[in-house]
Design a protein. Sequence first.
Length: 340
Amino acid sequence: MLSSEQITTLIATLGTSIGADEFNIDKLRYHRIIIMTDADVDGAHIRTLLLTLLYRQMPLLVERGHVYIAQPPLYKVKHGKDERYLKDDLEEANYMMQIALHDASLVSAEGATPIQGDALAELVRKYNTANAIIMRLSRAMDDAALSAIMNGVTLDLSSADAADASAKALAAAINDPGVMVTVSSDDLSAKHMLRVERRHHGNLKVSVIDAEFVRGTDYGVLAEAAATFKGLIGAGALVRRGTGEKVRESAVGDFRQAMAWLRDEAERGVNKQRYKGLGEMNPEQLWETTMDPSVRRLLKVQIEDAIAADQIFTTLMGDDVEPRRAFIETNALAAGNIDV
């Protein structure tokens, strides 16, 4: 490590030296140490390495709150005279939906009173919240099963019979020959869970839905969304956007189609740039998004963050093969989502 020119320069710049006998926090030259890396997989790797170095060699920097992570924006968008930077995909989605809802209305069925304004925005909020839960949980749980819950499948794991009925209802809703839903029961504890097996690229991906999840907040949000959107869209449903002669409309079969159409409409009037790395920004953009103290966003590193980085580093780069094998087997199927 000490043979790296970048690392020796970093140590010299901080001024504290390293090691149990040499490190001196009183010689620290800067109050804030800000890690700035690209918003991609390589950047995350470099950030993990730097956090591991600081945690192992200069732990007091983390414990006393001197270490931060810069939050460079992923997007720059321009809509009319409005130009702004957006931190991540969630912020971008919320901004785009604000634009999409301007002068928008939903006619849920032929002859129905249009839904617009705050009422439509509340429907969008519930829909986006439920979708965000599905995206977050889909690394560990089958996303089709989660979508089925959002679409109205009710799960009951209170008894063996109820769990069996839930398994059949979930399998029917997923309607995929490559997916099998079975019940797994513990006779001693009388607990029941659903086991969802899916063949993906020749591999078997298994996820579990247990009673704790069914009783939890995430399931409750998905179930609430299901109750909200059940029967909302009927025959002759339309989504509209615009006023006067500039009104555009489209027939929709469900709320998902309405959301997709509104999003496409919003995209028509927005100029968007996605940044993958800090090197893609010119000096002025880098200053106004990431360097300027008056507007920049920083994430303060807690000791738990450094410990987590150290653990992942040890797992992936250490001499012990078995933890690395287990990590790869557990996370391999998520590799399709890696930014390449």
